[in-house]
Design a protein around this ligand. Sequence first.
Ligand code: GLV
Length: 384
Amino acid sequence: MPSLEISDLKALAKRRVPKMFFDYADSGAWTEGTYRANEADYHKIKLRQRVLVDMTNRSLASTMIGQKVSMPVALSPTGLTGMQHADGEMLAAQAAEEFGVPFTLSTMSICSIEDVASVTTKPFWFQLYVMKDRDFVRNLIERAKAAKCSALVLTLDLQILGQRHKDLRNGLSAPPKFTPKHIWQMATRPGWCLKMMKTQRRGFGNIVGHAKNVSDLSSLSAWTAEQFDPKLSWDDVAWIKQLWGGPLILKGILDPEDARMAAKTGADAIIVSNHGGRQLDGAASSISMLPRIVDAVGGDIEIHIDGGIRSGQDILKAVALGARGTYIGRPFLYGLGASGKTGVRLALDILRKELDITMALCGKRDILDVDRDILDSDAGQLPR
Ligand code: GLV
């Protein structure tokens, strides 16, 4: 059966990836209400069907922070990507490069900055978490510079980790533990195990051997509780901006007030985000907040969005509401879990096709001409 939509890739990934890692991707904090709302709110937005408009020569090409993209989509920074598939970050970065969209490497990745740089030819983006150990932060920034990363994505919404019940119940860790439950989860996924046995990359590649005084690196929750800086402030953003000196994207803005503060920092873009529903459960969906943030700072800073995007239609709706760029996390992770690099390519191909056909049927030929006009303001509940 061919995979025609992202949910097909999700079903395949569920069969191929050990439960603890599949669940890590497919989870939100506490009740997962915000995680669900991120997706559901896209469905409330209705499109205007237009006819007899010339649909030849369509273009999805755009820019994000001035960098060319073949469609306005980047791969989100996602933790433990190399546990969805052996060497996952390297494969996803290659797929993104071939496709012409940015790949963002997470601080909490399995493959390191240097690993990803060694298999790519174009610059990728690096996402930074700020640790209490400022020497380590400086060192990460230096490594990202040495790897010629072309943007730093600074995450603002994870000073402490939201509780994801599935991870605690599964006893998630990287490398995985060898308890009977974990052995069973892996033994029932032999393809995953075989590939994982062929790679050495099974721990947090950016951190192991680089950070000092790390007592428990295997558990994400223990590591974040011990190492992440809960005092992170706007002054630190200024410090990081100056240290990095290149294009800076601030990730995790969900409130117009914070958006105004972010715009004042002189960063190049913000990402409207609730961390895929993984942090503050009960927060509004990203897409429902986008119009208010565009109203507040649309003229001052470039606006991107993540959370809940599962189709090309969702991408188009976000662009119509004012996002210059969008990010996909789970859709590419499902592709990766389903079939490695080919699966990531397939996820991107699926999204591109959906985006292209939807744009055409809305009567537009160029993604750069898409605006609120393609949305039906009477049908459904258009976010205010
Ligand atoms: C880390 O960024 C996570 O959401 O697990």
